[in-house]
Design a protein around this ligand. Structure first.
Ligand code: SAH
Ligand code: SF4
Ligand code: F3S
Length: 471
């Protein structure tokens, strides 16, 4: 008997680990289940179906998902009807072995098999284990999201009925899957498969559907968006088509207020794309450009295929098109063979670029990657010292960069209304805590004077003319 036959409204709960790709995949799985009559359960223990959407990018990420799965063994003992599904990158890598290691897991769903979820669940009777993982021939299905209607709020309602945090006003839109770059430390090419770009038409249809449903901001998503359209044809006539062209087409959709994209690899970053920052009005001046290391020797062993000189040149060019662009990056410290001198070069690069923010990680061996077999592993203690040094200096720079916003009047997109004000985001993606309220819905843009900057957020107040209905 399947769960859906047994109960009128079976419930599901999804826990997501890892990157925005996984966030988006979780949303898709949630929608597929809702279409089949499932309702979302707030508590994991109460759900009939629990989906753990895993990440294996670093050892720590994998451990977090594994410890949740461990805890679910007990939950399932007290609710034997519970079905447990493991999705995402660990699921893809381990397949059926995961069911063998964890007997309470019912379903293992590979990264390209999301759309089979509802059908697979129908046939799960609790006795057999099912694992499906990616295939070679893959095309991302056309997918039109359905979204709840946007509710209007009046100022009177704000205090008594604050907007739910999950009110949809901003969405990710997947434009490609997989990665062909094989950076030597990275599992993604193994967990997400070869790079496949979605058809332009499918992307534009989805973007239009989002904007028609009231979405104000779209982030185009892929592991390496700069190479969109290079590995398979994305237009009906099979002609060449670039990521910059896609950006311009999405930006032209009437009603869309903000556009972002992530992630980019410097080796594929074209001047044509950099120019977009100066030419597309709704493209936010914010760019995540992972550098990984400031040392050419390390970059070469990472198989990144660019140099620190090229990276610095790109930063210069980006700033020439958009002087206020907020740059962020990813850095790995303690890659095998990274010497003190190599690390100093990463610190120097940080001083030269002065990133608005960064994500920095200690290198960890991942199964199946080339660097897992490299000699000269860096000691854990040295990795920790380097990470602390990098993060400490980056924190100082964050604050110094954020202080430059003080006194400026910036357009801020409202995200939520709180008891004593509102929270929103600047075009540069900084969170702003705003004093005062106006009648608005999440996704509206209002102008805010910044009066204080912290390391990770800004504070501002509404311009006085806007505060007429404020509490
Ligand atoms: N596609 C993106 C990054 C995806 S993974 C890109 O090309 O940059 C996100 C970040 O995790 C990477 O940028 C890298 O900094 C980090 N990372 C990946 N593998 C890692 C490993 N084995 N150890 C430590 N950090 C790692
Ligand atoms: Fe991993 Fe490199 Fe691909 Fe990014 S570009 S996903 S770091 S292999
Ligand atoms: Fe993690 Fe997979 Fe994303 S390994 S970072 S969830 S692509």
């Amino acid at each position: 008997m399947s769960i859906i036959d047994n109960k009128k409204q079976p419930s599901f709960h999804i826990r997501t680990f890892g990157c925005q790709m996984n966030d988006r995949d979780s949303e898709i799985m949630g929608q597929l289940l809702a279409e089949q009559g499932y309702v979302e359960s707030m508590e994991i223990e109460d759900a009939d179906v629990v989906i753990v959407n895993t990440c294996s990018i670093r050892a720590k990420a994998e451990q977090k998902a594994m410890s949740l799965l461990g805890a679910l063994r007990k939950a399932k003992k007290s609710r034997p009807g519970m079905r447990i599904c493991v999705a995402g990158c660990v699921a893809q890598q381990e397949g059926l072995e995961l069911c063998e290691r964890m007997s309470h897991v019912d379903l293992v769903l590979g990264t390209q098999n999301l759309y089979a979820l509802a059908d697979l669940l129908k046939n799960l009777d609790g006795t057999q284990k099912v694992a499906i993982t990616l295939s070679d021939a893959y095309e991302i299905p056309a997918f039109i999201p359905t979204l709840p209607a946007i509710r209007e709020y009046s100022v009177d309602q704000i205090d008594s009925n604050p907007a739910p945090a999950s009110h949809p006003f901003r969405k990710f839109l997947t434009i490609m899957q997989g990665c062909n770059n094989f950076c030597t430390y990275c599992v993604v090419p193994y967990t997400r498969g070869r790079e496949v770009s979605r058809k332009v038409k499918d992307i534009l249809d989805e973007a239009h559907a989002l904007v028609d449903a009231g979405i104000s901001e779209i982030t185009l998503l892929g592991q390496n968006v700069n190479s969109y359209g290079r590995t398979n044809s994305v237009t009906p006539d099979g002609g060449s088509y670039s990521f910059s062209q896609l950006l311009r087409e999405v930006a032209a959709i009437q009603g869309l207020k903000r556009l972002r994209f992530t992630t980019s690899n410097p080796k594929d970053l074209s001047s044509e794309l950099m120019r977009c920052f100066g030419e597309i009005a709704i493209l936010c001046p914010q760019f995540h450009l992972p550098v990984q290391s400031g040392s050419n020797a390390v970059l070469s062993r990472m198989n990144r295929k660019y140099t620190r000189e090229l990276y610095l040149q790109q930063v210069k060019e980006l700033r020439s098109f958009r002087p206020d662009i907020a740059l962020s990056t990813d850095v790995i410290v303690g890659f095998p063979g990274e010497s003190d001198a190599d690390f100093e070069q990463t610190m120097e690069l940080l001083e030269e670029v002065r990133f608005h923010s960064s994500f920095s990680f200690k290198y960890s061996d991942r199964p199946g990657t080339r660097s897992a077999d490299f000699a000269d592993k860096v000691e854990e203690l040295v990795k920790s010292e380097r990470l602390t040094r990098f993060q400490h200096r980056q924190d100082e720079i964050c604050l110094e960069q954020n202080l430059l916003y003080v006194g400026k009047v910036l357009p801020v997109m409202i995200e939520k209304l709180t008891q004593d004000g509102m929270v929103g985001r600047t075009e540069s993606n900084h969170i702003v805590h705003i004093e005062g309220k106006i009648a608005c819905i999440p996704g509206d843009i209002t102008s805010v004077t910044i009066h204080h900057a912290g390391r990770h957020s800004l504070n501002g107040r509404l311009n006085s003319t806007q505060q007429k209905g404020a509490a």
